[in-house]
Design a protein around this ligand. Structure first.
Ligand code: GLU
Length: 440
């Protein structure tokens, strides 16, 4: 035991069994936090607490399948920190979900909410499954039973789920209905990312992808101001890894700004056109076929080839651990905006930043989703709904303010944007934690 070391090479704490540490995502999140903590001189007692989730609930969810058999799925809801307000974070349906990964994602939510100034803590949930293998009826049964299993830890004032990888507004509607049935009245504030008809917010489905592009625009201006690059978005080329809820909107927002999106990809692989893809057409094809496979007007490439294409902008918008030590040297993009959570490992991030690549980190780049989730929660509590223009303006304002805070901290601490973003989060959060003090 005494020989064992944690990811940061500090001796293992005998009070810890290591159950949270098993995934690379968690190890990276702790390493990043320690690095940011050292850079800013964090209070060690705050750091000690932030390295672990406050609460983790593991559930096994039985579902009667269409053929009459019963399958049991592993599910989780993890609340990392609730100092600033109720837990907030998505529910992920993915075959690689596990306690450690969900805990890491919950930690990222804490950092994200604190960074952008929301009165919310960080949480995440997930079920380990491949949703494409379940029928709609099976998914509904699974979502409802999972909601029932975690019902004691969620609620509008306690912890508010939202969509994440593999889930969407329909899943949120089932969760809201299940929770409301149990409480005896409609409780729209229990989840965000709901369909408009049951209290969803305009602009929520597009918010993450939009935010990913707003921060690219701010980064371009900043590089110009610092004489570090003279990019003009409509003359830039870009690739988007992951053509789902975030990637499609990000690609579309680039396309309408005149930027040449030369490749996009999904789990099957990528499609490439050196003259730029017609993104609205690709989106139509995706909607009709639920995959990019067979798209007729482009060359087929692999996801790995896409990562290495000679472009100005790379948007990893699928899943974590996409740019790693193994392929970081292939990356040629000069600006990376992390649409997904944790797509670049710590090692790859430090290497790319040393090569002059600007990386806009996940907790800033993809925060648009949770920002508009917060607007949805507020609108739901007030029963007063805003129009899309108001929502987009407020979103843009929060993204710009957060970007500027990160840029200022990057300057102050002479560090990359990832570290500066974590410092900005922890500054606010640690003040709140110290003010509230430790109970009892
Ligand atoms: N799943 C999204 C994220 O990772 C959104 C979370 C939310 O809206 O609560 O940020």
């Amino acid at each position: 035991m005494s020989e064992q070391t944690s990811p940061s090479n500090t001796p293992v704490n005998p009070l810890r069994s290591g159950i949270y540490d098993t995934s690379p995502l968690y190890q990276n999140a702790v390493m990043d936090l320690e690095f940011a903590g050292t850079t800013m001189g964090i209070d060690p007692n705050v750091l000690e607490r932030l390295k672990l989730p406050k609460r983790a609930l593991c559930v096994n969810v039985p579902v009667r399948m269409d053929d009459g058999s019963v399958k049991v799925f592993e599910g989780y809801r993890v609340q990392h920190n609730t100092t600033l307000g109720p837990g907030k974070g998505g529910i992920r349906f993915h075959p690689e979900v596990n306690l450690s990964e969900v805990s890491a994602l919950a930690m990222l939510m804490t950092m994200k909410c604190s960074l952008v100034g929301l009165p919310l803590g960080g949480a995440k949930g997930g079920i380990r499954l491949d949703p494409s293998q379940l029928s709609r009826a099976e998914q509904q049964a699974l979502t409802r039973r999972y909601t029932m299993e975690i019902i004691n830890v969620i609620g509008p004032e306690q912890d508010i789920p939202a969509p994440d990888v593999g889930t969407d507004g329909q899943h949120m509607a089932w969760m809201m209905d299940t929770y409301s049935m149990a409480k005896g009245n409609a409780v729209p504030g229990v989840v965000t990312g709901k369909p408009i008809e049951i209290g969803g917010s305009l602009g929520r489905p597009e918010s993450t992808g939009r935010g990913v592009i707003y921060v690219i625009e701010h980064a371009i201006e900043l590089l110009k101001k610092k004489n570090l690059g003279n990019f003009v978005l409509k003359e830039c080329s870009a690739v988007v890894h992951g053509f789902g809820k975030v990637g499609q909107v990000a690609a579309y927002e680039l396309f309408i700004r005149g930027c040449k999106v030369v490749a996009v990809s999904d789990y099957f692989g990528g499609i490439y056109d050196k003259n730029g893809l017609n993104i609205p057409e690709v989106m139509k094809y995706m909607a009709a076929n639920r995959s990019l496979k067979g798209y007729p007007k482009a060359e087929v490439i692999t996801n790995e080839q896409l990562i290495g294409l000679p472009v100005d902008i790379l948007i990893p918008a699928a899943i974590d651990g996409v740019v790693t030590k193994a392929n970081m040297k292939n990356v040629k993009a000069k600006i990376i905006s992390e649409g997904a959570n944790g797509p670049i490992t710590s090692e790859a991030q430090h290497y790319l930043e040393s090569q002059g690549v600007t990386i806009i980190p996940d907790i800033l780049a993809n925060a648009g989703g949770v920002i508009v989730s917060y607007f949805e929660w507020v609108q739901g509590m007030q029963q007063f709904f805003w129009n899309e223009k108001e929502i987009n303006e407020k979103l843009a304002e929060v993204m710009l303010r957060s970007f500027n805070r990160v840029a200022d901290n990057a300057e102050k601490y002479k560090c990359g944007m990832k570290t500066a973003a974590l410092i900005s989060s922890v500054e606010r959060l640690s003040q709140a934690m110290l003010l509230r003090g430790l109970f009892p």
